[in-house]
Design a binder for this molecule. Sequence first.
Ligand code: ADP
Ligand code: ZN
Length: 598
Amino acid sequence: MKNSPLHILQSIFGYPAFRGHQAEVIDHVAAGGDALVLMPTGSGKSLCYQVPSLVRDGVGVVVSPLIALMQDQVAALAELGVRAAFLNSTLSAAEAARTEQMVRHGELDMVYVAPERLLTDRCLTLLEHSPLALFAIDEAHCVSQWGHDFRPEYIQLSVLHERFPHVPRIALTATADRQTRAEIIARLQLQEARVFATSVDRPNIRYRVVEKATARTQLLHFIRGEHDGDAGIVYCLSRKKVEETAEFLESQGISALPYHAGMTAASRQKNQQRFQREDGVVIVATIAFGMGIDKPDVRFVAHLDLPKSIEGYYQETGRAGRDGLPANAWMTYGLQDVVQLRRMIDESEGDDDYKRIQIAKLDAMLGFCETSDCRRVRMLAYFGEQSTPCGNCDTCLNPPVSVDGTIAMQQLLSCIARTGQRFGAMHVIDVLLGAETDKVLHWRHTELSTFGIGRERPAQEWRAIVRQGIAMGFMLVDHDQFGGLRLTSAARAVLSGAQRVQLREWHKAERAKKTKRGSLVTADLPMESVSVFERLRAWRRDTALEHGVPAYVIFHDATLKEIARSRPASLNDLRGIAGVGERKLDAYGAQILLLLAG
Ligand code: ADP
Ligand code: ZN
């Protein structure tokens, strides 16, 4: 059937088959049903409303809060030969009037509308006089007042149900916790909608946590060794660190841009645009950088500081690998991070309940960092999903060796007790090492029985033991004591010998060697295909510049990679590659064959 969803997927989008729940969702909405789609980033939510918009008569109206992206989304559809346009405040009155006219006459397949625009009388009246295929409400979690992206206009979108009861609605989001789900259903009046939910897992992301030593150099080696020329995001806690890190990477020949709330809106937007549109830009950002990134080929997300919660970490790392190709989530973290975040919570404005929740979230994050088991299993368990070891995280790939650390932990705990449970880790470790610092001498800690009992382990190892001790709940960082370590009641069983403690075997961090440059994307390509891939990328860059669209709008990395691997010799061979639809075959097929022949 010419108009069947599968035919549209293959001929227009150039993909051979639907993934996951896509086919079910599309059938349901195409038949006029309402749907709530809860699927993680990168699972292909857009097709869930794009295909039904094409199957059904009339215009698909897409409500999206991300004005900055509408232009790119529409450009991507235009590249596929889909008739799409947008209505938002960036248009002139004449441009808007032209688009409105096309909506009224059903001359568009899809129109993207900002929520505040949609809610105007003018727009609602227009829609009442236009043939409509469906309403898609993207980023539907924006209705949640307790969420991180609350948009007051989203609440008023219930008007769609009241004024257009016969037009199917599909709401989509990657935020799938139970409370948000309930709020979306209630506020958008989606009680009748079928709910489609999948696991929050992002199997193509490889999680890795490394001990912080020389964070910036570690980052540099990570990027050079595994992400040469790739796009990525580096998250830091402070603006100052963002600036310094971006400068440092630039000075090392990596194209890096800063992004934080202290910059002017204009320079922020400029940097975001360059990141979005160019190939291989690294953005160094505070968490202010997030919503509004819709780049499928972000190959890595690096954290130079510990995130405050697993939710935040999941969201931030989730920006990697939307295209389904392998991606890395990499973090360096150390004891100082824990102390700093604890202090930030303690000094925050919130009441005690608020602080308790934040501390619990931080503890969960710490547990994730210190686990000897699969990180993905931990993360999914946090979101209420059971799973088995993934084989794609650092602890699965290089299982840490577990050793009996009872004596070391006892030494540490008793040193904390004997120094009075008021000093930070640095001082406690100095005492264990028998270091005669001014502070040690001043407090006469040379006289303690624990002075020097830990000499056989280096300071780094003691810090790792402190972190594990905190993660295991034997001690905590006490804000009333300015970050001093205090024992919990759980410490007693260890001190008395009633409880044994298993620790991760500690190794001196390897000195960063001169790393070979490499890229994750091309890692599994045969040598001779890598240079073809690079040529295709260069061609894509020029073509994207010519058309004024982001590079990935021309072709995704996955498509270029497949072309480089299989070297199609004819248009017909090229047609068989995922991501090459009829329109793109017409537009670029000949150029690509020429490039491959050359
Ligand atoms: P989401 O909105 O859920 O984050 P997108 O709609 O942006 O995800 O899709 C993520 C990527 O997966 C896009 O590059 C898209 O083209 C691709 N994709 C989606 N569905 C399919 C499919 N059935 N086959 C191949 N690629 C797909
Ligand atoms: Zn794992």
